[in-house]
Write a protein that binds this ligand. Sequence first.
Ligand code: ZN
Ligand code: ZN
Length: 272
Amino acid sequence: MTLPPRVALGTMHGKEVAIAPPLAALGITLHLAPIDTDRFGSFAGDVPRAGSMVEAARAKARAAAEATGLALGLASEGAYGPHPHVPFLPLGQELLLWLNIATGQEIIEVMTDDRPCYDQQFISSATEAEAVLSRMGFPATGVIVQTAPGLRPIAKGITDRAVFEAALEQALTTEGRALVQTDMRAHLNPRRMTVISDLAGRLALRLATPCPVCAAPGFGRLRAVPGLPCRDCGIETTLIAAEIHGFTACGHETALPRAGEADPAHCPYCNP
Ligand SMILES: [Zn+2]
Ligand SMILES: [Zn+2]
């Protein structure tokens, strides 16, 4: 198994700090690609993301490889929003995609963060700001000030108290309230950087795993298959029944079945 010496990373947000070390341990050097990653979608909402997280990451990885002339591109993509099952809690998802332009081989690693630094609140006075800023971890975490969701921010990437106060003043003067949000760009969100770092460690582990058939590096989890049977009635539930491990270049796949049966609480028949 031989690992490639170089991979291109498209980022404007300092993600190399989190991604480079675990790859360097394998002898792989990151080359920063000078591409405007915000054109693939931005967190401030001024550029909507085209397509899914995977599609956006794939486009970024390809652009990074092309900009540097390297055969391999790497891109990171994050999505943050309300937790789908728990009211009032946020949920974050981070994805790292490794793309070999020549072979089409992709390695995708994903990680969920159930305690992300993702937060927003309307405030109507400067005194209300203190509790909100401290909850968000300001100034290590950068913040955005705007007057309403979806509107162009008055200021973003704020890590300076005087800049924050000026932006707040402007919002309060014009609209009587300000929407303060965490800036989700990686270099302004230390929590996000930690998760990306863990994800890069997972990618490195995977790169160190050769395919049992073709011996190329990067064998690992491709997807999960639902259908774990219910303990009471045997019907297939939505719980994961097997993980499919494989390699996208040679097409080799192995199913790793999950032992056990599903609790009837998850059964569409026993607990509709
Ligand atoms: Zn293979
Ligand atoms: Zn059942």
